[in-house]
Design a protein around this ligand. Structure first.
Ligand SMILES: Cc1ncc(COP(=O)(O)O)c(C=O)c1O
Length: 469
């Protein structure tokens, strides 16, 4: 099966290879059907083509009720206006769009300051299409730094490894796979629910390019205690002489911690933190398609990874996996920084945080469930079935029933070594108001009561995990 085959629904693969056009909007003389998987032979009117795409896209879920995704789905009308005025800008064309290029630099400098870089004017940064690209760039810089240091002392560079928890997001598996780095996974357990520095010395060695610390684990929303991980690496340096840098994957948390937990040291306040990545399109409050990565200083980003593109008759350094990509999201991020300021971001993130803790408290009180965490880190929490509560239903059944009411709340197993624990997770984003949260809670309680009425085990065939990355 090819990737494309697997993306097509069974219905689409079986149906005729054509899409029937609705007779109400087909104009006289126009075709009444179009090929599904081949570019049509003839033109259609823009209104007709628009209607076909619009109607297909309508089948997508209601983003407002999607409690599975971290990604922003709403911005105000000024943002929408700005977006529609700037969607033609190409981020890489710094020469044609010098103002956008300057705004990109302003944005990551603001982030360097937000994340307490000791000298933000000497930090380096880049916008990316999301955290995944930010993590790839952070990982590549770690690898290149390690290679330089090894070559300088005549040591081999053929077996780099990266140390991280088994609960990392899939982008880190991709990084290791694509760039030939051995992944070393530290298992999480009931005692160590996140990577916390415990037993780290068994995983690192002279070939370790770095340790990934996640600020807001995708599975549960919990913070990995970066300060504690850093202290464990300090001890390792004392005993083994290994100086191992940290990349903080702050996909969600790097836009939460500075506003909700400002006193927590997880960022460039820790000298061992070499780089930090985040998603502008998550708690940065921007539409999909934006991430950021910032390096503490020039030493953290080897110069031989940086390319030069022309800019106002000179050169501008860039480090990115893509060449052309939209610049509009970068402008949207700048808009949000200006629009909300520190106070506004604090208010928005605190509101999501309060809603998460309210929901977690209510769900935690239900006898059916045991909370895994309570939303005190990023506004995300997960729960599992209370041990021994019932044999009749499970969280996959509940997820299905909630879907019937429009709510997307995935259930899935925890990572390796804890994969017998199934959790269900809610991501609270801006837009899940207290009022909407109460409606969700009512629906959840109703559906739990329906399941509780089952007097024999419900079928479990075909149960599958929901989207949770
Ligand atoms: C911890 C973590 N890292 C990386 C990513 C990948 O982010 P993106 O979707 O912006 O590429 C995610 C996405 O959920 C995440 O939770």
């Amino acid at each position: 099966m090819t990737i494309m085959d697997s993306n097509r629904s069974a219905a689409e693969q079986e149906s005729d290879e054509v899409v029937q056009l609705n007779p109400v909007f087909v104009r006289p003389g126009e075709m009444t059907e179009v090929s599904r998987n081949a570019i049509p032979e003839h033109e259609s009117l823009p209104e007709t083509a628009y209607q076909v795409v619009h109607d297909d896209a309508m089948l997508d879920g209601n983003a407002r009720l999607n409690l599975a995704t971290f990604v922003g789905t709403w911005m105000d009308e000024h943002a929408t206006k700005l977006y529609s005025e700037t969607f033609d800008k190409n981020m890489i064309d710094k020469d044609e769009y010098p103002a956008t290029a300057a705004i990109e630099t302003r944005c990551w400098t603001m982030l360097a300051k937000l994340w307490n870089a000791p000298d933000a004017d000497n930090a380096l940064g880049a916008s990316t299409v999301g955290s995944s690209e930010g993590c790839m760039l952070g990982g590549l810089a770690l690898k290149r730094r390690w290679q330089h240091a090894r070559r300088a002392v005549g040591k081999p560079t053929d077996r780099p490894n990266l140390v991280m928890s088994t609960a990392v997001q899939v982008c880190w598996e991709k990084f290791c796979n694509y760039w030939d780095v051995e992944p070393r996974y530290v298992p999480i357990s009931m005692e160590h629910q996140v990577l916390d520095g415990h037993g780290l010395d068994e995983y690192v060695d002279e070939n370790t390019i770095g340790v990934v610390a996640i600020l807001g684990v995708t599975y549960t929303g919990m913070y990995e205690p970066v300060e504690q991980i850093s202290a464990a690496l300090d001890d390792i340096q004392k005993t083994k002489g290994l100086d191992i840098p940290i990349h903080v994957d702050g996909a969600s948390g790097a836009f939460i911690a500075p506003f909700v937990q400002p006193d927590m040291a997880w960022d460039f306040r820790l000298p061992r933190v070499a780089s930090i990545s985040t998603s502008g399109h998550k708690y940065g409050l921007i539409y999909p398609g934006l991430g950021w990565v910032v390096w503490r200083d020039a030493d953290a980003l080897p110069d031989d990874l940086v390319f030069k593109v022309s800019y106002l008759g000179g050169d501008m350094p860039t480090f990115a996996l893509n060449f052309s990509r939209p610049g509009a999201q970068v402008l949207l991020q700048y808009y949000m920084f200006l629009r909300l300021g520190m106070d506004g971001y604090r208010r928005v993130q605190q509101t999501s945080h309060d809603v998460a803790q309210f929901l977690a408290g209510e769900i935690g009180r239900m006898p059916q469930f045991t909370l895994w965490n309570d939303g005190a880190d990023i506004p995300v929490f997960a729960w599992s079935m209370a041990e021994g509560y019932t044999d009749c239903w499970n969280l996959y059944h509940l997820s299905d029933r909630l879907r019937m009411k429009g709510w997307l709340v995935p259930a899935y197993p925890m990572p390796e070594d804890l994969d017998d624990v199934v959790v269900q997770r809610v991501v609270v984003r801006n837009g899940l108001s207290r009022d909407l949260a109460e409606k969700f809670l009512d629906d959840l309680k109703t559906e739990v009561a329906v399941l509780d009425a089952a007097d024999r085990p419900l079928p479990t065939e075909g149960q599958s995990t929901g989207f949770h990355h």
